[in-house]
Write a protein that binds this ligand. Sequence first.
Ligand code: NAD
Length: 456
Amino acid sequence: MSNVTSTLTMQKAYFATGTTKDISFRKQALIKLRKAIQKNEKEIIAALHQDLNKSETEAFTTEIGILYSEIDFNLKHIDGWAKKKKVKTAVTHAGSSSYIYPEPYGVALIIAPWNYPFHLAIAPLIGAIAAGNCAVIKPSELTPATSSLLNQLIAKNFAEEYITVIEGAVETSQSLLAENFNYIFFTGSVPVGKIVMEAAAKHLTPVTLELGGKSPAIVDKDANLTLAAKRIAWGKFTNAGQTCVAPDYLYVHSDIKASFLSALKQEIQTMYGEHPIENKDFVKIVNEKHFDRLSPFLANGDTILGGKKDRQQLKIEPTLLTNINWEDPVMKDEIFGPILPILEYQNIEEVISGIQNHPNPLAFYFFSENDRLAEKMIEEVSFGGGCINDTLYHLASPYLPFGGIGNSGMGAYHGKESFLTFSHQKSLLKQTTKFDIPFRYPHVKNGLKLMKRFLK
Ligand code: NAD
């Protein structure tokens, strides 16, 4: 039996004991996880620095603090979420009562990417624990320091039969995917998402796919330009653009283009300085392969800010490109780096059709003081989630389900949605034995007539 098979067998046996279904057990596990993260904050920050050159502030806000609030939210609400719920009963079902019992799936496989390697491994785990599952986490091999730390942290705090980390690259991921897990939660790229779904189909395993894509930010002529510039600069260049919901490209109304771009340049320089490559807190590109994938984009259109790179440090300056159209290579796939191409528009219909002619974005950002126009955009454009007059912030709210549509993914999580994602909603009808309405039975006189009256 391979290592992977024996881990799964062990976890399935443990799940079958029912231990993980106990609500106080789930709460204890969440508290333990919170304490383990707290105790290891320094080590987590150091690992993220080693893997991606994340600063302490960026590591804390985007990878650690967000997990504390997610755990606390779960602890506050888990009793209510996990309870069986009484629901209405139809008149056709007189005498009976109806319930929904949330039930854990069993053993969940969580496959994580490298861009927020700690956060995106633990956030789904919180939902898996709260819903009463066992879990196997496969971190990304491209961020080895974080992967190894995750392994140690989980091994030190949880029994292997309950939660474990299996480190490795594509082959490990594929041998995990060959197994019969009860749920697969995948965060990563669109092509690998398809591989995951194909593998899941073999066992009819339900999946959540948190994927990526090209997310637009649109700056309309009525926007508050200073705030739009600040929030776009922050959303795009946090983690050097290696964020699934980062604005991938900009659409800017031609009437305000010059003043907006000057504000945007100003904000980027305020945040990262005149020489971002020398800024010790500016995040690096994860590896040479991604650095070499991004570098040719610097030659697209006209560079109005940035454009410099340093392969030794794996750093690329925040770069703004104008004179761009959909035929440029930078507009073909998700950029996932600190390069922001800018398209210009006069008529909002051009923007709508430009977005609609491409796969559904994961995120969508519209900057305008015109509420009617904002509503029109929300109604006409299909996307995973987004903000009016901001970037990224929707992702951090436990009240908003986070997920994609079409090519940007399926399913969602965060807050209650994570609990629902990792639970099956078991429907139950409790029938009375005090009486028995007869007309469903085949031999009853006028049965069909009565049935028609009821079901009309
Ligand atoms: P990736 O798809 O290359 O890798 C993700 C995981 O899948 C890793 O653990 C990797 O080991 C594994 N993997 C890679 N190739 C595989 C294969 N052939 N078979 C089985 N498993 C395989 O993604 P990535 O480069 O780590 O992450 C970047 C992508 O993730 C971007 O597209 C980004 O938009 C997306 N992303 C999405 C979200 C979200 O929440 N929607 C969050 C972060 C990143």
